[in-house]
Design a protein around this ligand. Structure first.
Ligand code: S6P
Ligand code: ZN
Length: 201
C-alpha cells in the first residue's frame, strides 16, 4: 500500500481530481427505497437510469492513523420534490469523525445520531463542516443546474454502515417548496434501534 506523500489537483468546475484510485458511480437504480415519492422514482427510472452522484477516492491502508480522502460530486435534480442526495451512512466504527470542505455548488448535510439528535448544515464554497463521531451523514444538492462538489477526509478504519439508513431512513428530508429547500420530517422514518454496523450495500 502506498506510503509516500501524495498530491493531486482538483479541476473546477466539475470536481474531478487529476488522480484517484477508485471511481464510484451511483445511479438511480441503486437508490430504490431511499426517496419518499416512490411513484416519481419508478417513472424516472423507467425513462432513464441516470447518475445521481459520483465519488473519487484515494485508496490508503485501513490502518489506525491513516486518513481516507476524496471528492464527492452530487448532480442536480429531484425525485418528486426531494433533491438528489447520497445514500448516507453511519461509520461502522461509530466513534469516528469526518471533515467536509465544499468546493462548488450549494447543498445541505443532513445528520443524526442513534441517540435522536439531528442537524442540517449548509454547504457552500469555502465552507468546512466537521461531522462529529456518532453522526450519520448524507449530502443533498439543493441547487438546480449545478453539481455539489465536496472534499472529504476521515479515519481509514471507520468503515461504512449503509444498512441502518437504508432500512430506517433519516429523520429529516430536504425537499423543494416554492423554489426553495425546506427541511421536513421524514414520514417514513422508523426507529431501527442501534446502528447495525458492518460494510456493504
Ligand atoms: C465517506 C464519506 C463520503 C461518502 C460520499 C458518498 O465516509 O462520507 O466519501 O461516501 O459522499 O456518500 P455515501 O453515503 O453513498 O457513502
Ligand atoms: Zn462518512
Amino acid at each position: 500500500m502506498r506510503n509516500r506523500p501524495l498530491e493531486f489537483d482538483v479541476s473546477l468546475p466539475g470536481g474531478i481530481p487529476d488522480r484517484y484510485d477508485q471511481h464510484t458511480v451511483r445511479r438511480l437504480s441503486s437508490m430504490r427505497g431511499y426517496f419518499a415519492d416512490t411513484d416519481s422514482f419508478s417513472s424516472m427510472l423507467a425513462a432513464e437510469d441516470m447518475v445521481l452522484y459520483e465519488v473519487y477516492e484515494l485508496v490508503r491502508a485501513s490502518a489506525p492513523g491513516e486518513l481516507l480522502h476524496g471528492l464527492s460530486v452530487v448532480h442536480p435534480g429531484k425525485v418528486g420534490a426531494e433533491y438528489f442526495m447520497t445514500k448516507g451512512h453511519f461509520h461502522s466504527v461509530l466513534e469516528t469523525a469526518e471533515v467536509y470542505y465544499c468546493l462548488q455548488g450549494r447543498g445541505m448535510m443532513v445528520m443524526e445520531t442513534p441517540e435522536g439528535d439531528w442537524s442540517v448544515a449548509e454547504l457552500r464554497p469555502g465552507r468546512v463542516l466537521h461531522v462529529p463521531p456518532r453522526w450519520a451523514h448524507r449530502s443533498v444538492n439543493v441547487e438546480s443546474g449545478q453539481d455539489l462538489v465536496t472534499f472529504f477526509v476521515y479515519p481509514a478504519h471507520a468503515g461504512h454502515d449503509y444498512a441502518t439508513i437504508q432500512v430506517a431512513g433519516l429523520r429529516k428530508l430536504v425537499i423543494e417548496r416554492d423554489g426553495r429547500p425546506l427541511v421536513v420530517d421524514n414520514p417514513r422514518w422508523c426507529s431501527s434501534g442501534p446502528p447495525q454496523g458492518g460494510d456493504g450495500i
